[in-house]
Design a protein around this ligand. Structure first.
Ligand code: SIN
Length: 328
């Protein structure tokens, strides 16, 4: 096998490579035609954006995290991309759950899973939305416990007791597979506590991680932050958060014994990044920053690059790669 920089296997991208590598995956009994999909928040708020995801090679259509009432979100500027990543404080702009409930049947016609993401502003909001969205029959419902951008609303999953109480109330209302999107944790003690909550919560899959909350990016030519809301504080995404995302995927994969499928989100810019997520234990990966930068054509590039990485190693299947990170 040829080796590239740092002795890594060198991935050669051949025309038609994607066709020779099966990148489909299954999570909680739901089959995804590709392991790549959009992260909630990236180009998935309006009907047009969701339809474009349906027509693209995205392995699923993930909705913007919805709230009970439609929201304009935080004041602009609220998103900024820079070399190495992005910062956002969108503030959950979305059409409101009733609109997404109506859209779900149309989205399902694309023949790929629809994931409805719900993000209440209080505990009861989750229950209100879960009842109605569940009736619209998305393929999966994702409970977002980790939005860092609502002033005065702490990220729910940073309080294990709050998260557990909420999951206990919402779980019986959801009959499709239910996932939970968590924020990044930075200490093994927190991984352990939350893994226990997830284990007790009958959670069908995890999405790890949401943006790294409350970063600050400064424009030094103007002595001010690059985004307006919350004094410039916002969620970091893109390449710079990959090590944090990988660590969280790995930690939860090990703590949960590989029994809860994981969607790895954070720092996936190239096929190799996806490969690393899978090595850590991810079944699928989501893209946010790079999707905003490149548009829906990004999925085809990522498929080609990941197929090349897998082919360079054997070929090795996704299944044979999952969780197989070697330890020194
Ligand atoms: C936002 O709309 O502020 C981002 C959503 C999230 O991070 O969950």
């Amino acid at each position: 096998m040829a080796t590239g920089r740092q002795g890594r296997p060198k991935a050669t991208i051949l025309p038609g490579e994607r066709m020779r590598m099966d990148l489909s995956i299954t999570i909680a009994g739901v089959k995804f035609p590709s392991c790549f999909m959009n992260a909630s928040g990236a180009l998935c708020m309006t009907r047009e954006e969701l339809l474009a995801l349906g027509r693209s090679r995205s392995g699923a259509i993930v909705t913007k995290s919805m709230t009970v009432e439609p929201r304009d979100g935080n004041p602009e500027p609220r998103y900024y991309g820079f070399p190495g990543g992005s910062i956002n404080s969108m503030g959950l702009p979305n059409l409101g759950y009733r609109a997404y409930a109506e859209l779900i049947p149309e989205l399902k016609q694309f023949g790929k899973p629809v994931i409805a993401s719900i993000a209440g502003l209080c505990e009861d909001d989750f229950l209100t939305m879960a009842r109605v969205i569940n009736q619209a029959r998305p393929d999966l419902i994702e409970v977002n416990l980790s939005c860092p951008n609502i002033p005065g609303k702490p990220q729910i999953a940073y309080d294990a007791a709050d998260a557990e109480r909420l999951l206990k109330r919402v779980r019986p209302l959801i009959t499709v597979p239910m996932g939970v999107k968590l924020p990044p944790y930075f200490d093994p003690a927190h991984h352990a506590v939350m893994a226990e909550v997830i284990g007790r919560g009958h959670v069908d899959y995890l999405n790890l991680i949401n943006s790294v909350g409350n970063g600050l990016v400064i424009d030094p030519t103007r002595d001010r932050p690059v985004i307006k809301p919350k004094g410039g504080f916002g969620g970091l995404g893109g390449a710079l958060i990959k090590p944090v995302a990988l660590a969280n995927v790995r930690a939860f994969w090990k703590l949960l014994g590989g029994r809860v499928p994981i969607i790895g989100t954070g720092g996936v810019v190239q096929g190799l990044d996806a490969y690393e997520h899978v090595l850590c234990g991810a079944s699928a990966v989501q893209v946010g920053t790079v999707l905003v930068e490149e548009g829906v054509g990004v999925f085809e590039r990522l498929e080609r690059e990941l197929a090349a990485e897998l082919n360079a190693r054997g070929p090795r299947s996704l299944e044979a790669t999952r969780g197989k990170l070697q330890e020194l």
